[in-house]
Design a protein around this ligand. Structure first.
Ligand code: ZN
Length: 239
């Protein structure tokens, strides 16, 4: 079984049954309760299996909360799928298992909120451009995190997609396609001389070779600054 494909199927099926995906319908499909509350720093949500309640961090943007809600629903759907769960446990263990589970929940949440066909159509027309992140998010009324995940998953070349900003500059969110092994974590600092930092500073787009911040391997980078953020696609270099 392909874990990603199975996860996407679960998400598509859930979307078809629960559409339109309001918060009520998102939790309604699994009969869970919903609670907005304070969560530890850096945590957006949690699924309390004991009380069958989804906890969402209060004070975040509504679109971000909706993505978190879909992510927590995916935790439950995966938890209920014996085949998927046993495959996951056979393939990974320890912290690898945990991080893979988070990746799958993000992937499913993105597919729920932003159907893959829409992303494929945009990529076919415009290429796997970082400009698509804010455009897809706006068109489909989803958070930019959702668009980042979809663009990494559905792009034709193996890639890492991210958005970054702030002072000092750091990674806000990233996603990668399955075939890429380098990982970049949230809040990783971007060095001042990195093309991402230069794009933010100058408000000019960048296209050329660059390493992932904190890594040695070179990628083909396309970076697009907008509204105090930089959106970026790092594609694997073709030999
Ligand atoms: Zn999670």
């Amino acid at each position: 079984m392909d874990l990603r494909e199975r996860t996407l199927e679960l998400a598509q099926h859930y979307r078809q049954n629960q559409t339109p995906l309001t918060a009520e319908r998102l939790i309604g499909g699994i009969g869970a309760a919903l609670k907005y509350t304070r969560l530890p720093d850096g945590q957006d949500g949690a699924f309390d299996f004991g009380s069958h309640t989804i906890l969402i961090a209060e004070g975040q943007a509504p679109k971000r909360q909706r993505f978190t809600l879909a992510h927590e629903v995916m935790h439950y759907l995966i938890h209920q799928d014996d085949d998927l769960l046993s495959e996951l446990h056979e393939t990974f263990e320890g912290s690898k298992l945990e991080s893979e589970l988070e990746v799958l929940c993000n992937l499913g949440a993105a597919e729920m909120l932003l159907p893959g066909e829409g992303v494929d159509a945009a990529i076919a027309k415009r290429g796997q451009s970082p400009k698509l992140i804010s455009e897809l998010a706006e068109q489909h009324q989803v958070s930019e995190e959702v668009a980042v995940i979809a663009l990494a998953e559905r792009g034709p070349s193996p890639s890492i997609v991210l958005m970054a900003g702030g002072k000092p500059m750091r990674v806000f969110f990233s996603a990668k396609s399955q075939r890429i092994f380098d990982r970049i974590r949230r809040n990783v600092a971007i060095p001042k001389d990195h093309p991402l930092a230069v794009a933010l500073e100058t408000a000019l787009p960048y296209k050329g070779k660059a390493p992932l911040p904190g890594h040695g391997t070179m990628y083909a980078l396309e970076a697009f600054p907008k509204g105090g953020r930089v959106y970026a696609v790092f594609k694997e270099l073709q030999n």
